[in-house]
Design a protein around this ligand. Structure first.
Ligand SMILES: Nc1ncnc2c1ncn2[C@@H]1O[C@H](COP(=O)(O)OP(=O)(O)O)[C@@H](O)[C@H]1O
Ligand SMILES: [Mg+2]
Length: 223
């Protein structure tokens, strides 16, 4: 049996909703998950189920109330948070770019090794055409911005990516491009991926390991 790359054991998380009076609500109630190295799993579930919260726990943008999360069999709390986030990158639904050109955005991610050749290679890997490199990143389409965000995540040479509905803000053509880019990266770099989506057809297309988060628990869907 292969060792899990990312493992969640009995993870709980309560949030306080502010609605006139504040209501405490346990959104994750004993979540268990095993993801092998290089495996791509999908997570679906109703809006507000806690899918984004679950991803954010894994690179410590949020803390669990109880339970354990392991990366390579070590508790994520034993890693330096910057090291953890370098190894486990995150891509969000709405891509946010920094001020400046596309090249500036990629150079920001590659601070430690930013030769021009490195930046060009990174752009090629994220399917960013050369003629876009000196464009103002703020003026890109949403799909192009998402590719810049993926390139920035790749600059850290991650082992895993947490993908929070990475294609759902995009038009159909851009969504297809980003989906095939991510699938190519997963197979070429052997990246572990946890991919949240509300699109069941997409989930089935990209993975045979499909989970649903509902009522605070994660269950695997079969068939
Ligand atoms: N830091 C927080 N403080 C208060 N409420 C939160 C916080 N994070 C998430 N929530 C609430 O927890 C619930 C789950 O949110 P989320 O993880 O974003 O769900 P999903 O991604 O499945 O739509 C939502 O009701 C949201 O408003
Ligand atoms: Mg969400």
């Amino acid at each position: 049996m292969a060792e899990p790359h990312i493992e969640l054991r009995n993870v709980y998380r309560t949030v306080t909703r502010q609605a006139g009076t504040s209501v405490r609500s346990e959104i994750l109630r004993g979540v268990n998950l095993n993801v092998l190295k290089g495996e791509l799993i999908t997570i679906m579930g109703p809006s507000g189920a806690g899918k984004s919260t679950l991803l954010r726990l894994i690179n410590r943008l949020t803390e669990a109330d109880s339970g354990t999360i392991l990366l390579d069999s070590a508790n994520i709390k034993d890693y330096d948070p910057r090291e953890l986030r370098r190894r486990v990158g995150m891509v969000f639904q709405i891509p946010v770019v920094f001020k400046g050109s596309v090249r500036d955005n990629l150079a920001f991610g590659t601070k430690l090794w930013n030769t021009d050749a490195d930046i060009e290679a990174l752009a090629a890997e994220a399917a960013i055409p050369g003629e876009l490199m000196d464009a103002d990143a703020a003026h890109l389409s949403v799909g192009e911005k998402q590719r810049v965000c993926i390139a920035r995540a790749l600059a850290n040479k991650p082992e895993a990516l947490l993908l929070d509905e990475p294609t759902s803000a995009l038009d159909k053509a851009s969504a297809e491009k980003v989906e095939s880019l991510l699938l190519r990266l997963q197979s070429e770099r052997h990246l572990t991926m946890l991919w949240v989506t509300h699109d069941q057809a997409q989930a089935r297309r990209i993975s045979r390991h499909n989970y649903v988060l509902e009522d605070g628990k994660l269950r695997e869907e079969h068939g």
